[in-house]
Ligand binder design. Structure first.
Ligand code: TYD
Length: 138
């Protein structure tokens, strides 16, 4: 897996003078069935979230309010993606380290995940993740 494998997905809002609407259905607008939804909010601007990678889980991240940055790392290269639009999702495949930072004061990160919560799916130590990521790419 490489940082180039993460991609922005355009969500095509239903535009209306009363306010816009975005729909996300599992296995349709996102390429996986959604098993879990969670969101990060009231994140201090100097705080970093994430700091892990997943063996099996895929995710889509959306800035439903405000903005924040996602720093992706495949064990070799880093890539920074800024999210600030509720009609864009960042698809993150397996085996990418991610850190979320520079949240604006009203930044809310909505996360759609392909798996239920399972601590065994996490790499929480960067060196262990990097070893595995580099071994897989050989
Ligand atoms: P953590 O993985 O550190 O959050 P993030 O990576 O988004 O910054 O999770 C914080 C705590 O919440 C940790 O104790 C695990 C727990 N948690 C759950 O119980 N279920 C979940 O679905 C998630 C995402 C976290």
């Amino acid at each position: 897996m490489s940082v180039a494998d993460a991609r922005i997905l355009e969500l095509k809002p239903i535009v209306d003078a009363r306010g816009h609407l975005c729909v996300i259905e599992g296995a349709q607008q996102v390429p996986f069935e959604i098993k879990r939804v969670y969101y990060l909010y009231d994140v201090p601007t100097n705080s970093t979230r994430g700091g892990h990678a997943h063996r099996k889980l895929h995710q889509m991240l959306i800035a439903v309010s405000g903005r924040f940055d996602v720093v992706l790392d495949d064990g070799r290269e880093r890539r920074r993606v800024s999210l600030s639009r509720p009609d864009q999702g960042l698809l993150i495949p397996t085996m990418l380290w991610r850190e979320l930072e520079r949240f604006s004061y009203n930044g809310i990160c909505l996360v759609l995940a392909s798996e239920h919560y399972d601590e065994a799916d996490y790499f929480r130590e960067y060196e262990a993740f990097q070893r595995e990521a580099l071994a897989n790419r050989r």
